[in-house]
Ligand binder design. Structure first.
Ligand code: NAD
Length: 243
């Protein structure tokens, strides 16, 4: 029987690339996003790799919705073997001008979602005594970023949650790791101004943005058989942005 991977935020960008890669690696995929049309496109592409691809439109910041979704995924696909917590948003702005609403929203979508999804998926993985969790953090969570006070806070929290869960669940054969991308070409970074893009490129040793497929390759490794002794790590993938 094929293993099941859950990918949140799978309608576009990094999440869609991860879903396709895991489908081509031989996983059935449970695809989550708020964007149903985008999810349907990702699902069609995954099915071309022979995967079962089911779609779920739960808001990952909602605890009860995540509980219901994970239960449904288990019923639909039989197991939960890999969880990729990828859904995320930005509401950038300087702290001096940041609204409470934009602070709370980013924390709830980027940070509380990790609790919501891990809580329900790990209950299943614990019984199986195996599983992989891959959480999307960011270089902003490792190093901070001006204009991203809320986002950096949420992505730093992802690292703390990753390391704590790795310690709690290691003895059950479950690996929990985080990925910290730098600047990856997706709809999220298309929102930057040309001036911001030029300034960022200048800082990247490799002088180019990363691709969603390059992130998907690292997720594939962390979800696969060759990474079974790696846990609690944060792997930066940034073309040398921070060296
Ligand atoms: P994106 O904006 O292109 O895609 C994010 C997806 O998440 C969207 O399809 C969106 O609909 C979905 N989503 C948002 N809120 C949701 C919710 N409440 N419930 C379910 N789905 C929701 O972003 P991306 O660039 O592909 O980024 C994916 C992840 O990687 C994010 O966590 C992001 O913070 C992280 N990341 C991205 C970059 C980058 O340069 N693109 C860098 C570092 C980290």
């Amino acid at each position: 029987m094929k293993k099941t991977a859950i990918i949140t935020g799978a309608a576009r960008g990094i999440g869609a690339a991860v879903a396709l890669r895991l489908a081509s690696d031989g996983f059935n995929v449970a695809l989550n996003d708020l964007d149903e049309a985008g999810l349907a496109e990702t699902a069609e592409a995954c099915k071309k790799h022979g995967a079962k691809a089911e779609i779920y439109t739960a808001d990952v910041s909602n605890y009860a919705a995540c509980e219901t979704m994970v239960k449904k995924i288990k019923e639909d696909l039989g197991t939960v073997d890999v969880l990729v917590n990828n859904a995320g948003i930005t509401r950038d702005g300087l702290l001096a001008r940041m609204s409470e609403e934009n602070y709370d929203l980013v924390i709830s979508v980027n940070q509380k979602s990790i609790f919501n999804m891990m809580k329900h998926c790990l209950a299943i993985m614990m019984k199986q005594r195996s599983g992989r969790v891959i959480n999307l953090s960011s270089v902003a969570g490792l190093h901070g970023n001006a204009g991203q006070f809320n986002y950096s806070a949420s992505k730093a929290a992802v690292i703390g949650m990753t390391k704590s869960a790795a310690k709690e669940f290691g003895a059950r054969g479950i690996c929990v790791n985080a990925i910290a991308p730098g600047f990856i070409q997706t709809p999220m970074t298309e929102a930057l101004t040309d001036e911001q893009k030029a300034a960022i490129l200048n800082l990247i040793a490799m002088k180019r943005y990363g691709t969603a497929e390059e992130i998907a390759g690292l997720v594939s490794f962390l979800a696969g058989k060759d990474s079974g002794y790696i846990t609690g790590q944060v792997i930066e993938i940034s073309g040398g942005l921070t060296i």
